[in-house]
Structures are given as C-alpha cells and as structure tokens.
Ligand binder design. Structure first.
Ligand code: PA5
Length: 458
C-alpha cells in the first residue's frame, strides 16, 4: 500500500540528470531541508502536522454524522485552494458520475457541487435546480474575504433568507479561527464554523476541513486519507535524499528546470479518477513556486495537466517532438475498482483482433509504459508515481508527497512557497473598480495605465 516513485527515466543519457549533478544533490537537499525545517520550527508551516491533528478530524466527523441523511446536495462556495482540493477528492474517491447517481445508489449521501468561479450562468443554473430546503452550503475561505466567495455567499444567503430557511441548518463556514469577515459573521448569524489552522494557506489546506468536511459529508473515508498522508509525511521527513520521495521529486524538478532548461512540468495520471487531481497539483505547484526571488530573478517551472491515455491523442505529440523543455510525471494505478475485458471478435481484422483477451486496465497501463519508454528513447526525461489503487489512503499519500515536495522546491528556488504576492495587484484593481473602501491608491494606479487603443484592436 506504499506509493513508489520510479525516476529511472529522469536519469537517461542524453537528456536527463547526469551522475555528477545527482552526486551533488544530497548536499543541496540537506540545505533545503534545513531551511524547510527552520520554517516549520517557527510555526509558519502547518500542513505536515495535519495527519496528527485529531481535534479537526473529530469536529469534521461529528458534523458529518449529525448531517447524515439531512441533505441531498452539498455545495461548496469557494475558489482556488478552497475549491480544487475538494474537487480532486470527489473525482478521485467518488468517481463514475457520483453526482448523477440517485440517492439510493449514493447510499443516502448527498451530491457534492463545487462552484470555484463566479460565472453567472453556472451559479444561476445551480441555484435554480437545487432544493434549498435539502441543501447545505459550505462557505470556504481562509482569508474570509475573497471577493468571488463573498459574492457567492451573498447570493446564497439572499435565497435562503427569502425562502425563510434556518441559516444555521443550511450554512457552515470553514475559515481562519480569527481573521476575516466569516468568523464574526458566523457568530452573528449563528452559523457553525470550522477552523483552517492559521499556518495553512489555501492550496495546502486540502487535509483540513476545507477538504475533509465535504469529503466526510459524501462518505469518503477521511481517517484513511489522513493516515495515508501521515505515512507519507514520515517518509518525507527523512534527511536521506535517496529514501525521501518528496525530496527526490523536488530535486529532480528543480534540477531539470534550472540546469536542463526543462521549465515545464507535465503531470499526467493514467486514471480518470485522478483527472482533477492534476488540476489540484497545477495550482499547488504554480501558485507556490512561480515567484520573484529577493534578487529580482523570476523563478518556477510551469505545471501542465494532462490525462492518459486521452492526451496521447492531443498533447503527447508536443511532449515527444516539440521543444525539449518538459519533464513528465506519470501516475500509474495497479488495481482499478473495475476492469473490463475486451471481447474477442473479428480475428481477421488486424486493427481489432489483437485486442481480444486483454482488458481495458491492461490497455491503459501498457499505454502508459509505452509512452514513458518512447519519451525516454527520445531523450525526454520522465518519472512514474506508482499507486496500488486510487483509494483514500493512496490519495492522502499522494497529496502529502506533492505538498512536501512543493515546500522543498520552494527552498531550492530560494523563495517563499506559502505566499502569493503576485495576485495582489489584480485583486486591488478589481476592488478599485468595484468601489471597495480603501482601494484609492489602486484606483489611481489603474487610471494611470494605458487603456485599450482602437489602433491595436481588430
Ligand atoms: O492557495 C491560495 O492561497 C489561494 O489560491 C486561495 O485558496 C484563494 O485565493 C482563495 O482564498 P481564500 O481561501 O482566502 O478565500
């Protein structure tokens, strides 16, 4: 039940990391680990300790057991790190169209919808089709003030009030214990509120109630999720590079980017349940590592989500013969929840006959190995994360592996992986345009910008 990272195809010659470079890696990792541990020591980084946090798990479990049977829909209002983790968990652990199943097939658990945007078409359609009297809205915001989430909340609040529904039965907040507007609002509206620990930011928060509350509400085994994460956290604490999968992952991606000019990191599971996991990883890697260092240098590799085998018919041509600026991380799954035999028919038709007797699981797995081998043959470095199966324990392991690797990569790049100053200016401009108090400076700056010019518009 242990995840394995096979990085043989990162060490290929030519194209991969050479022995001399890898020989220096343990020393570089030791320095990065010292930096990461020092940061943890200050209390600034909390995600690694979540698997040991029993208080949050108890809160989540008791809320979920009180909610059992009460709701047919749970809707998350949130965006970015407050939405992508729950989406990844739902797709991975409640696959095969969970939201389309009827209540009996869902064993009485609710559907889970996650907004993750403010497109009026989606929100109007969703709110229009929900039975509000049987819906629970989880308002998730670490800062407790994100414009998109607050707008979603205001719309839902208005609908609940107009329908004279008891807010305390239809709303729950997941937010910082102190900062932001949601916490005092919870008291004012007598709405229950669960904590996101202060030292855990959005994209690292999937194992807090941000992810565990909706997961528990739809019957996902949250205990196994956390225990898988805990198992991986232990492996990723090792000071020995060779036995620490997060360290190896971070080192390889950093070396590939900074020494081999492979500035694009493709993440490609061969598994439909892990399709949205790739989106979660993209945000984690991009928002954490795409930064300006103290000396003004811009750093970070660009993550791209792909899906096998589907993308063999879309992006793989680019990975194989386009610019040699990518690494590919495959995720391969040994046992699938179901397998389907390919029936034997038309033995005389070359394109069909050879498939007889194989299964779809075999086909997708062989395609992954073939693509990895083909990339290696062309000097394109890649690695494969092997999972026995996609269950809560393995998903917890995978999440902790990638979060810790992101933390180590932040140290290697010499940046703070846990902030996101780059999104601030856009937010301030939006506040200025919407008339939020305190945005006067941003308003002036906005007005001084060059505006759209008809000469450059077609
Ligand atoms: O990872 C992050 O910190 C961000 O993507 C946030 O999750 C996102 O901006 C939403 O923020 P909040 O949870 O404060 O509403």
């Amino acid at each position: 039940m242990t995840l394995r990272l096979d990085y043989s195809n990162m060490m290929i010659s030519p194209g991969g990391v050479d022995q001399k470079t890898w020989g220096d890696a343990p020393k570089q990792f030791a320095a990065a680990k010292r930096g990461f541990d020092a940061l943890r020591g200050t209390g600034a980084v909390g995600f690694v300790d979540l698997p040991r946090e029993t208080k949050l798990l108890d809160q989540v479990s008791s809320f979920a057991s009180r909610a059992r049977g009460k709701y047919e829909d749970v809707v998350i209002l949130g965006i970015g790190g407050s939405a992508l983790g729950p989406i990844a968990l739902r797709t991975a652990l409640r696959p095969s169209g969970w939201n389309m199943l009827d209540e009996k097939a869902r064993d009485g658990f609710p559907r889970l919808q996650v907004l993750d945007n403010v497109d009026p078409e989606t929100i109007a359609a969703l709110v229009g089709r929900l039975r509000l009297s049987r819906t629970l809205f989880i308002v998730t915001s670490k800062s407790g003030g994100t414009a998109e989430t607050m707008a979603q909340f205001l719309i839902v609040h208005d609908r609940l009030v107009r329908d004279k529904l008891d807010l305390s039965q239809h709303l729950v907040f997941v937010t910082d214990p102190k900062q932001g507007a949601l916490r005092p609002l919870a008291e004012r509206l007598k709405v229950p509120a669960l904590d996101i620990p202060p030292n855990i930011g959005g994209r690292f928060s999937v194992l807090t109630p941000v992810g565990t509350l909706p997961a528990a509400l739809i019957g996902i085994d949250v205990k196994s999720l956390l225990s898988g994460a805990g198992e991986m956290a232990k492996r990723c604490e090792s000071a020995d590079l060779a036995s620490n999968p997060a360290a190896v992952y971070a080192m390889l991606q950093w070396l590939a980017d900074t020494q081999l000019r492979k500035s694009i990191a493709v993440f490609m599971p061969y598994s439909d349940p892990l399709r949205d996991f790739a989106g979660w990883f993209v945000q984690l890697w991009a928002e954490s590592l795409g930064k300006k260092r103290g000396d003004g240098t811009s750093v970070g590799s660009t993550p791209i989500a792909a899906l096998g085998a589907t993308d063999q018919h879309a992006q793989v041509q680019l990975f194989m013969e386009g610019p040699a600026d990518k690494t590919v991380t495959f995720v391969s799954v040994r046992e699938r929840a179901t397998d389907v035999k390919i029936p034997a028919a038309f033995p005389d038709v070359k394109e069909l006959g050879y498939l007889a007797g194989h299964s779809l699981g075999e086909l997708i797995d062989i395609e992954q190995r073939a693509t990895a081998g083909a990339l290696a043959k062309r000097g394109r470095p890649n690695m494969t994360i092997h999972l026995d199966r996609v269950d809560a324990g393995h998903v917890g392991q995978l999440m902790m592996l990638l979060e810790t690797a992101t933390g180590y990569a932040g140290q290697l790049y010499g940046i703070d992986a846990f902030n996101q100053p780059g999104v601030e200016l856009g937010k301030q401009f939006a506040y200025a345009l919407l008339g939020r108090p305190g945005a006067d400076d941003a308003k002036k700056e906005w007005e001084s910008l060059p505006k759209g010019d008809s000469r450059w518009t077609v």
